[in-house]
Design a protein around this ligand. Sequence first.
Ligand code: OOG
Ligand code: NI
Length: 476
Amino acid sequence: MTAVLVRATELRARFAVALAEMYGAEVPAYTTLVEVSRAVNADVAAALSQQGVEVGRYGSLERVTAERHGAIRVGSERELEQVGRVFAAFGMHPVGFYDLRDASASSVPVVSTAFRPADPAELAANPFRVFTSVLAVDDARFFDAPTRERLERFVEERRLFGPELLALADRAAAEGGLPQDEAEQLLRLATDAFRLSTEPVDRAWYAHLERISAVAADIGGVPATHINHLTPRVLDIDDLYRRMSERGIAMIDEVQGPPAWEGPDVLLRQTSFRALAEERTFREADGSVVTGSLRVRFGEVEQRGVALTAAGRDLYDRLTAEVDARRAAGDPRTRVDVAREVWREHLPRTEAEMVVAGLACGEVRLVDRSRADGLTSVAELVAAGAVVVDPVVYEDFLPRSAAGIFQSNLSGAGTKDEDAGGAAYDAERLSAVLGRPVLDPVALATDQMQRSLDALSAQLRTPLTLHAPDDSRNPA
Ligand code: OOG
Ligand code: NI
């Protein structure tokens, strides 16, 4: 008899829960954050249903309430390759390349990808994702030759993922799941790999790296990796920010990413708070082991909006630059206030308009066939009430927000020698390390939209464009 397999989807859901249980026990503020997030989501859902608005437009309330992303940091390409194998067991694929080395004023010597489900049905079942950063040890702007050499040796000698974990992970990935007992062992070992280590930290080595970058010290100055944060998703991040502040938790100065405004939420908004110092043991220069503390982990929360097309992303980047320019020219208002004004000047006010303008990704859905007769564009079909547009949710991250999140939770700025040569990193380099392609987030979202357009074309037996044929302002 062949054993029934615990499939990747269920493994992933259980992995997210196991990590949350462990992390909640380690970082009590996380539990508060989850409680407040639940309350915010319940209130938003109640308010929406009172207005007769569909609650699940950006994912079911069930999905959003269970939704988390984690963040971890590893020290070498070998460790990245191994963690990629662990995530593969859970149906999580590398998506997106983020270079944080130049995205921050502080010293953040990492490049990142996110491991997540790529298929819309898998995302709907459980969207657990992990933002994964790897230390750019070969970037001479941060690490001189002796530091680099010692870092490489230190990381080479530690073992984050044991042979049993890797073997189970490889088997799960190859077979699409594991029998019950092995599944439980995989979950235990994988969760343990991200537990805060009690092994002593070499004080002098940690301090040396910390002078360069607190992130480098957290990665290459300690014997193990750990989950840095676990982020719940809320439907109203401004409300959450207020409620957390009212509870006396000092949030960072602002919500990162796009501003709150009366139009659709785009991409991703995030904010965070510095967690408390945690007890750790240190080995001093004289060999003695003492108890001390480190303050490296933090709490974070996010709100997700509509995914953008390549053109929408270009516009977003231009608007972001425009906000910077207005502030550099002396506009005294906050970044968020200036951004809201710029948004109002440049972005359509509804998701459907953003989609029809080719800026955002949406799925089209036929609601009244009798109104579709003779129409050949999404714009006309929506105007006629034949079709509605459901937003494709942005499932990824933003480099500038990530840098802001890193930076606002660091104690010092660190150092960086701009005259030394950098090191070349891109999605191709990470793909080669991982042995599978780092997927393009824009392509994933755009493909999802295209599939729904193709299905609607087939349903209506007519080729469809986004814009009305006579609308010369916006050629499709
Ligand atoms: C990752 C920081 C970035 C996000 O959600 O953009 C991040 C880290 O601190 O390891 O978490
Ligand atoms: Ni995060």
